[in-house]
Design a protein around this ligand. Structure first.
Ligand SMILES: [Zn+2]
Length: 143
């Protein structure tokens, strides 16, 4: 959602993961303490929290990411590809009618052809991000 180029590693082989991260210059985010315990060189960041927003806050506080580096909602949530804007007419019949009539702007994934529009989840997410940025740097109060 934040626009970061991110992939989910589904393999089992730790060396394959490391190699992929190195080749593609990726930071490895994991909740697996065994990975960080291996003390391998390279960027492995251990995530401690369960809640996705708190996980994001962890990354912000550690300086792993910043909220101004990428354009939010610029990537496909299904396959990570960068979205392209399409003509409104192209979305007709491919999105629910009420969506088509309510919106002017549509984006489409060139890879899996999923169509996106600025919806309520985007507004909610933007608000949560704003809230998060406001409290950024403030330590958790334990809840
Ligand atoms: Zn896609």
């Amino acid at each position: 959602m934040l626009g970061y180029d991110a992939v989910y590693f589904r393999g089992q082989d730790f060396h394959e993961l490391l190699q992929m991260a190195r080749q593609q210059e990726r930071v490895i985010l994991t909740r697996n303490t065994r990975l960080t315990a291996k003390g391998v060189e390279g960027q492995i960041v251990l995530i401690l929290k369960d809640d996705p927003l708190l996980q994001l806050k962890e990354l912000l506080n550690q300086g792993v990411i910043g909220l101004d580096e990428e354009t939010p909602f610029s990537r496909c949530l299904l396959c990570n590809s960068l979205l392209g804007q399409i003509e409104r007419e192209e979305a007709e019949g491919k999105v629910p009618d009420f969506v088509f009539y309510l919106h002017r702007e549509f984006h489409q994934c060139p890879q899996c052809h999923q169509i996106y529009w600025p919806g309520s989840h985007q507004k909610r997410m933007e608000k949560r991000l704003k809230d998060l940025t406001r409290v950024q740097g403030v330590e958790d109060s334990g809840n």
